[in-house]
Write a protein that binds this ligand. Structure first.
Ligand SMILES: NC(=O)c1ccc[n+]([C@@H]2O[C@H](COP(=O)([O-])OP(=O)(O)OC[C@H]3O[C@@H](n4cnc5c(N)ncnc54)[C@H](OP(=O)(O)O)[C@@H]3O)[C@@H](O)[C@H]2O)c1
Length: 253
């Protein structure tokens, strides 16, 4: 019987690359994002697997409940969950809209937490796997992207704790912490011209590293040598200094 992977944020960037990797390995897919046309295109691209399209805005409080309802109604058994949907915004906390920043918390934190909670019973039955997408932003405070960095610190901390809780029931939780990666993220977040994004990795390479690590059940993965060094340095720097460095790399060239 084919296994099923649920991927949030499947319509572009890393999510789309994960979809390709799962499809090539013969997984059925549940693909979630707002852009229904892009999701329907995925269904047409992969006629040999079952692709269930769920077009939902996960920054709305009821979004996940509706996703879970579809999965339950269609009696889909979930083997892999990829919590990938997310976005960032560049700007001082007080200058950005509070509504957009709260939507970011809802999407990057609450929807990831809620979907994980509701799919855990399924994942227990299948000895399943979870891949949560954090960021190198998780390792230090990020002035001028304060809420985004904080959401990713949550994802990393939550995922590492959950990995330990679930060790005995054989569910693995892998956290992928990409640095700058070429996707739509940079235009949504308006960070294209920052020093950080002058040397972005390809989404194909980053997703492949995440996919292989997920299959191996690794805990935390940082793609790219420079990103690994950056995360290590951030661990040893005083938090105040790490925040200053993060502010510097997020300034425009
Ligand atoms: N690219 C980077 O440099 C980078 C670095 C570190 C971490 N990350 C993380 O990687 C993950 C994937 O981002 P990406 O780089 O692949 O960016 P992306 O190309 O912008 O993809 C984001 C995905 O999330 C979906 N999404 C956005 N808002 C949504 C909402 N309200 N409801 C449902 N789906 C929503 C988008 O689809 P729709 O627009 O169709 O809804 C899209 O499929 C994010 O969690 C991001 O924080 C990215």
């Amino acid at each position: 019987m084919k296994k099923t992977a649920v991927v949030t944020g499947a319509s572009s960037g890393l999510g789309l690359e994960f979809v390709k990797l799962f499809a090539n390995d013969g997984y059925n897919l549940v693909v979630i994002a707002r852009n229904e046309e892009k999701l329907q295109e995925l269904k047409r691209t992969y006629p040999n697997i079952t692709v269930t399209v769920i077009s939902k805005d996960l920054s709305k409080p009821n979004g996940i409940k509706e996703v879970v309802d579809v999965i339950r109604t269609q009696k889909i058994t979930v083997d892999v969950l990829v919590n990938n949907a997310g976005f960032g915004l560049l700007g001082a906390f007080e200058d950005l809209s509070i509504e957009e920043q709260l939507n970011m918390i809802q999407l990057n934190i609450s929807s990831l937490t809620e979907l994980t909670y509701h799919l855990l019973p399924d994942l227990k039955k299948t000895s399943g796997k979870i891949l949560n997408i954090a960021s190198t932003a998780a390792f230090q405070p990020g002035p001028n992207m304060a809420v985004y960095y904080a959401t990713k610190a949550f994802v990393l901390s939550f995922s590492e704790a959950l990995a330990e809780e679930l060790r005995e029931v054989a569910i693995t939780v892998t956290t992928l912490c990409p640095g700058a990666t070429k996707t739509n993220f940079s235009s949504v977040a308006k960070v294209e011209n920052t020093k950080m994004f002058s040397n972005a990795m390809s989404s194909e390479v980053v997703a492949k590293i995440g996919y292989v690590s997920l299959m191996q059940g690794k805990r935390v993965v940082i793609p790219g040598g420079l990103n690994k060094v950056g995360a290590l340095v951030a661990k040893f720097l005083p938090r105040r200094t790490a925040a200053k460095v993060a502010k510097l790399v997020m300034t425009e060239n």
